[in-house]
Design a binder for this molecule. Sequence first.
Ligand code: BYC
Length: 330
Amino acid sequence: MYGDTSIQKPIKIAEPTSAEQAKLEEIFQQKIDDDIKIEPQEWMPAAYRKTLVRQMSQHAHSEVIGMQPEGNWLTRAPSLRRKVILLAKIQDEGGHGLYIYSAAETLGTSRAEMIEQLQSGKAKYSSIFNYPALTWADMGTIGWLVDGAAITNQVALSRGSYGPYSRAMIRICKEESFHQRQGYELLLTLSKGTKEQKEMLQESVNRFWWPSLMMFGPNDANSPHSAQSMKWKIKKKSNDQLRQEFIDATVPQAEFLGITLPDPDLKWNEERGHYDYGAIDWEEFGNVINGNGPCNKQRIANHIKAHEDGAWVREAAAAYAEKQQKKQVA
Ligand code: BYC
């Protein structure tokens, strides 16, 4: 098939000496400092690769697990228009998961491995998706607050140092902006509706406000990965910076909806030029990210079932690809 089969033999590359390693790290950091994107085939420190795989796989898992709370409402959407919009949004989230899994695979970890880590509890996904979607208003609140928080973070991630991740984020942010707007439009409709609809809107926001703020992760002082990730420009803004940006943008939107946000300490601070806000319940956050939130077990059980039920699709796709390859060779 190929003339010279010797090229297929594995080539043993000598480990760099510690002086060579230090030089490689220096060149690498210089590229980052100069805002040059890092591409898959380039040398990178093992810890940079590991941090990216951790964050990107968690991100991809969040997109896919995030389909569940909304999927729960597809059969109960109140009109054909709302159903079509919700269905399209959920499909987008699945697509986002696939872009990010593909981007993560460029770092040498297979999608199968990442999924195994999700299902066995070794990998995390966003805390927010361990809360249930109890009412139709939650479909609007998830779009407004959850996608809103996600975009705030992802716009910063789209300027990150790893090429495939940052490029995936550009497209994802465009789609997420529609998601955020459809959520806000849904809530705006409820805000002009009956007394019951207004109450449903307020009750939903009361439940989702604090968990949405937790999406940005622990306070900077308690965020073990932040300092190094910022140095490598995997993260361009800190957890607290992004949380503050989100709050500042969201409070006026809440006022326009005519609702209150469930935080008595939320008020504009003229001196800081930002809203002050109350204490986040980090104990609740810790419980949720360690597997003990309201829906953790259900989310993973559903994922495992869907993955097992879909085994035949993967087998069929692999058989088809093999057949196509044989045709090309013949
Ligand atoms: N949830 O040192 P830290 C969407 C973990 S989905 C769970 O600050 P880091 C959508 C953290 O992993 C978009 N875990 O970490 C889909 C670490 O644990 P490990 C979701 C959290 O990585 C459907 C530990 O706490 N977006 O848009 O520097 C429908 C210490 O934290 C969380 C992303 O995934 C959390 N909230 O910063 C609607 C963005 N926060 O790994 C919408 C990508 C922290 O050591 N991810 N932890 O075991 C990131 O930007 C960063 O990973 C984080 C955390 C800001 C989340």
